[in-house]
Write a protein that binds this ligand. Structure first.
Ligand code: FES
Length: 68
């Protein structure tokens, strides 16, 4: 996942991935361009529930721990 990339490369993004991908936060919220967004699979109900809590939600928002 994108979260794994951040962790594996020791990228320092303040607060990113606080729940370590267990779908209990929304700190891994990312906004994609439409082209990349459309390449991803559908958003699960669980991901959508958390996205609703994300700051600055857009039509192309996803959770970084749910996308590969
Ligand atoms: Fe918490 Fe993605 S890391 S929902």
């Amino acid at each position: 996942t994108l979260l794994n990339v951040v962790v594996d490369h020791k990228l320092k993004i303040e607060g990113f991935g606080a729940c370590e991908g267990t779908l209990a936060c929304s700190t891994c919220h990312v906004i994609l361009d439409e082209s990349n967004y459309n390449k991803l699979g559908i958003v699960s109900d669980e991901e959508m529930d958390l996205l609703d809590l994300a700051f600055g939600l857009t039509e192309t928002s996803r959770l970084g721990c749910q996308i590969c």
